[in-house]
Design a protein around this ligand. Structure first.
Ligand SMILES: Nc1ncnc2c1ncn2[C@@H]1O[C@H](COP(=O)(O)OP(=O)(O)OP(=O)(O)O)[C@@H](O)[C@H]1O
Ligand SMILES: [Mg+2]
Length: 247
């Protein structure tokens, strides 16, 4: 159970989030909004990396700092130092956060890499991988501890279609096992049928609710400031044509 209540946040005097509230209960949430709308900031508040100016966040009844061990986190691409000479296995093991790793830890790391088809790269240098391969390794790191809450900030950027499908398949399984999942995406369509809720964000909460209720022309216009083309497909689902904006 995740409870975000009346959160506001400013960098110096620049307000980036204003009065954000929502609740999740064993659900899969997609956060959408234009560049600079505060998505990553909201994630960092939930992780406890930033402190809200106003409001409160509870994760399984605890503060973000207290809950960090239950959270698997994949930061947005830009936030990761990719030139540091570190191996794939060490990246994944970082998700376990221990000084010394046991045989079981190694097994868990291998299993997580296997889940994203990257086990062959166990001993490879992380910075010598392609962007999409790096994304998959970081996804494995977020999953390695079998976290109760999985938070992914633009996980599918630069990831090719088969790998993306694989990642979505893994998320579906986690969702079925009752995990909470929060994913920031520009293009919601690949996960539209998997998510329970959508949060449309642009400094304020534009809308929060089931994708069928939230993803309409009016809400998308208020979020992105332009008319967003929508394709209406099966079972009344609206597919907004908002593409990926990052490399
Ligand atoms: N460390 C910081 N110091 C000052 N301002 C910041 C900082 N980080 C982000 N901002 C500003 O806060 C606003 C929200 O940024 P944030 O990274 O949360 O947006 P975002 O929705 O994740 O955007 P994107 O889609 O580009 O990832 C932006 O205007 C950004 O310039
Ligand atoms: Mg961001």
């Amino acid at each position: 159970m995740i409870e975000v209540k009346n959160i506001s946040f400013s960098y110096n005097s620049k307000e980036v989030l204003k009065d954000i509230s929502f609740t999740l209960s064993k659900e899969f949430l997609a956060i959408m909004g234009p560049n600079g709308s505060g998505k990553t900031t909201l994630i960092k508040l939930i992780m406890g990396f930033l402190k809200p100016l106003k409001g409160s966040i509870r994760i399984f009844g605890k503060t973000p700092e207290e809950s960090r061990e239950f959270i698997g986190y994949m930061p947005q691409r830009e936030a990761i130092a990719r030139h540091f000479p570190i191996r794939v296995k060490d990246i994944v093991l970082m998700g376990i956060k221990k000084r010394f790793y046991t045989k079981d830890d190694i097994e868990m790391a291998k299993k997580a890499l296997e889940e994203v088809d990257m086990l062959d790269f166990w001993d490879n240098k992380f910075n010598a991988l392609s962007q999409g391969q790096q994304q998959r390794v970081l996804f494995a790191r977020a999953l390695v501890k079998n976290p109760k809450l999985i938070i992914l900030d633009e996980p599918f950027n630069a990831v090719d279609l088969p790998s993306r499908e694989k990642m979505i398949e893994v998320l579906k399984e986690k969702r079925q096992k009752g995990k909470e999942i929060i994913v920031v995406v520009h293009n919601v369509n690949p996960i539209l049928h998997e998510i329970d809720k959508v949060l449309l964000l642009n400094k304020i909460k534009i809308a929060f609710g089931k994708p069928k209720e939230v993803l309409n022309q009016e809400n998308l216009r208020r979020t992105y400031g332009i008319d967003v083309q929508i394709i209406i497909c099966e079972e009344g689902y609206c597919h907004p044509l908002v593409g990926d904006t990052h490399a």
